[in-house]
Design a binder for this molecule. Structure first.
Ligand code: A2P
Length: 317
């Protein structure tokens, strides 16, 4: 498995298991099977509501001989804990749920702060205005988590280039990762260029199009990435599946990628994508598919009277 090197010598396996939408009751078995197959990178988050079950599967694997240092675990700070005093307790809760004494990577899940006690905002009043709690303030609290040894690396998720640049330029410890939606329908070339130049690693989420998103997060007539004819043609050429083509494409671009599956056969299929090497002809065909289409549109953050718009969220790439 290819891996991503970090400045301190740590390496992150480039293909990991996503756990968003992996429900309690099934996520544990999926993690157990993934580790058995050879996955060594699990992507988690507090808001997924399943970290305790992931933790039990990890504990089983450690009892079975897996070493903590042989697996990379990422989690994410939810939007209700951006106040500096709330950041460390949020990580400690995630660590308790996962049964770990440190994470490998902790990300700010969204550049969006909720008022205390608000898990999902219902009105614009439920947000803390960015002027009152800038992302840089939350970031400074994240930096102290590395100092304390509670996580080895810190980063962000869902950050636009201007937001990322502001953090990189102002930080004591620059974000090492931005986890964003990336796939052939949303290729984000400006983000790729900025991150290459700034030394920020990109992780691709929703690499398969996340068609298991809850109905209220789905658009009316979404394009179905896994059924794209160009992706299918590349897959046929290689005797691979469309999902494997999408994952191999992400790996070839140098991003890490975290497909979610709770199905043993698809877990194995996705891991095997690390061995699929696409040719220049394939890459050219896939490059032509970009349509700036976001499956995770962010429109659910745009509430009347609130401080967030799609322009503040995604503007300037
Ligand atoms: P399942 O968990 O039943 O395998 P994303 O990672 O973009 O969020 O996509 C996850 C969705 O893609 C889930 O519905 C998942 O279903 C499905 N999926 C995962 N791997 C594959 C695959 N190899 N082929 C087809 N669908 C897949």
């Amino acid at each position: 498995m290819q891996s991503v090197p970090f400045a301190n010598g740590d390496t992150m396996p480039q293909l990991g298991l996503g756990t968003w939408k992996a429900d309690p009751g099934v996520v544990g078995a999926a993690v157990t099977e993934a580790l058995r197959l050879g996955y060594r990178h699990i992507d988690c988050a507090r808001i997924y509501g399943n970290e305790a079950e992931v933790g039990r599967a990890l504990a089983d694997a450690f009892r079975g001989g897996l070493k903590r240092d042989d697996v990379w675990i990422t989690s994410k700070l939810w939007n209700d804990a951006h106040a500096p005093d709330d950041v460390r307790p949020a990580l400690e809760r995630t660590l308790a749920d996962l049964g770990l004494d440190h994470l490998d990577l902790y990300l700010i899940h969204w550049p969006i702060a909720h008022k205390p006690g608000v898990t999902m905002p219902q009105t614009g009043e439920d947000y803390v205005h960015p002027d009152d709690l800038p992302l840089s303030t939350t970031w400074a609290a994240m930096e102290t988590l590395v100092d304390a040894g509670l996580t080895r690396h810190i980063g962000v998720s869902n950050c636009s280039v201007p937001r990322l640049r502001a953090l990189v330029d102002g930080a004591r410890r620059a974000p090492e990762v931005n986890q964003i939606e990336l796939h052939p329908y949303l290729q984000q070339p400006a983000m790729m260029a900025y991150c290459r130049q700034a030394g920020v690693h990109l992780t691709a989420y929703s690499p398969l199009g996340s068609s298991d998103r809850p109905a209220h997060l789905r658009g009316a007539a979404e394009p179905v990435l896994l059924q794209d004819p160009t992706v299918a043609a590349v897959a046929t050429r290689h005797g691979a599946t469309p999902a494997q083509v999408l994952l191999a494409w992400a790996l070839r671009r140098g991003t890490s990628v975290i497909p979610k599956s709770v199905n043993p056969a698809r877990l194995a299929q996705n891991l095997a994508a690390a061995d699929l090497v696409l040719g220049d002809e394939d890459v050219a065909a896939l490059a032509a598919l970009d349509r700036q289409y976001r499956y995770v549109s962010g429109s659910f953050w745009v509430l009347p009277g609130g401080p967030h718009t799609l322009e503040t969220l995604w503007g300037d790439a």
